[in-house]
Design a protein around this ligand. Structure first.
Ligand SMILES: NC(=O)c1ccc[n+]([C@@H]2O[C@H](COP(=O)([O-])OP(=O)(O)OC[C@H]3O[C@@H](n4cnc5c(N)ncnc54)[C@H](O)[C@@H]3O)[C@@H](O)[C@H]2O)c1
Length: 245
C-alpha cells in the first residue's frame, strides 16, 4: 500500500469506469478525495459507498465556472489541493469528412480546453502551497492516431504537449505534471466497440487482453504519491505492450 493519508485530491470523471476504480484505490490508500461528475445518481451512489469522499456535481464544459469550481473544491478540501486528476473525457466518433463541427468542438472543449483550464486554476493554488501534482489521462490513440477519431486523438495528443509545457513552466515550483496513456481498457467507453473489431484489437496487444480500470488506477496511485516526486512532463503508457515510445 502507498500511503496517501492527508493528501487532498480532486478527481474528475469519478462516475465513469476508470474513474470509479481510481476513486476506490485513492480511498483505500487513505486520500481525501473530492469526486466530480455530471451524473446525479452515480454521484449519490459514490456518497453512499464512501463516507469520506466529498462529491461535487460539475460539468467541466462550463468554462466560465471552472475558476469558481476550483475555489469551491479547495475550500471543501480545507484550503489545499495536493493532486488534480483530469480523468473526465468523451468520444464523438465519425470519419473526418463526415465529422460535424459540434463533434469536433465538443471533444476538443472537454478533453483539451477543460483540462487546461482546470490545471491552470489548480496550479494557481498549488503555487501558494509550493507543491502539487497533476495527472492527465490521455490515450494510446493520441500517439498512434485512430480511424474515426480525428477529434479525440487531436485532443489527447494536445493534452500530452500541453502537459510538457506546464511541466517546463512549473518544475521549479515543485509541481509535477504527468500523463497516463491507457491502451484499450474494459469500460463503457470500449463496450461501444463491436465484437469483431475487439478481437482484432486484442490480437495487437502483446499481453493478449484488454486492460482493466485498476491497471490505470495503480499508475494513478504511484503518480499521486511521493514515489514519483522526480518525474514530470512524462507519459506512462499502460497498454499491455501495444505501443511504447
Ligand atoms: N476506456 C478506455 O479504453 C480508455 C482508453 C484510453 C483513454 N481513456 C480515457 O480515460 C478517461 C476515463 O474514461 P472511461 O473509459 O472511464 O470513460 P467513461 O465514459 O466511463 O467515463 C468518463 C467520465 O467523464 C465524465 N465526463 C464526461 N463529460 C463530462 C463533462 N462535461 N463534465 C464532467 N464530467 C464529464 C463522465 O461523467 C464520466 O464520469 C477518459 O479521459 C478517456 O478518454 C479511456
Amino acid at each position: 500500500m502507498i500511503d496517501l493519508k492527508g493528501s487532498n485530491i480532486i478527481l474528475t470523471g469519478a462516475t465513469g469506469g476508470i474513474g470509479n476504480s481510481i476513486l476506490e484505490n485513492l480511498v483505500s490508500n487513505g486520500a481525501n478525495v473530492l469526486a466530480t461528475g455530471t451524473n446525479d445518481k452515480k454521484l449519490k451512489s459514490i456518497k453512499e459507498s464512501y463516507e469520506s469522499v466529498k462529491t461535487e456535481k460539475f460539468d467541466i464544459s462550463n468554462h466560465s465556472e471552472i475558476e469558481n469550481f476550483i475555489n469551491l473544491a479547495s475550500d471543501n478540501l480545507g484550503g489545499r489541493i495536493d493532486v488534480l486528476i483530469n480523468n473526465a473525457g468523451i468520444t464523438r466518433d465519425n470519419l473526418s469528412i463526415r465529422m460535424k463541427d459540434d463533434e469536433w468542438n465538443e471533444v476538443l472543449n472537454i478533453n483539451l480546453t477543460s483540462t487546461f483550464l482546470l490545471s491552470k486554476n489548480v496550479i494557481k493554488k498549488m503555487l501558494k502551497n509550493k507543491k502539487g501534482k497533476i495527472i492527465n489521462i490521455t490515450s494510446i490513440v493520441g500517439h498512434t492516431g485512430n480511424i474515426g477519431q480525428a477529434n479525440y486523438t487531436a485532443s489527447k495528443a494536445g493534452v500530452v504537449a500541453m502537459s510538457k509545457s506546464l511541466a517546463l513552466e512549473y518544475g521549479k515550483k515543485n509541481i509535477n505534471i504527468n500523463c497516463i496513456s491507457p491502451g484499450f481498457i474494459s469500460t463503457e467507453m470500449t463496450d461501444k466497440i463491436n465484437k469483431e473489431y475487439k478481437e482484432v484489437l486484442k490480437s495487437k496487444i502483446p499481453m493478449n487482453r484488454f486492460g482493466t480500470p485498476s491497471d490505470i488506477a495503480n499508475t494513478v496511485i504511484f503518480l499521486s504519491s511521493n514515489l514519483s516526486d522526480y518525474i514530470t512532463g512524462e507519459t506512462i503508457h499502460v497498454n499491455g505492450g501495444m505501443y511504447f515510445s
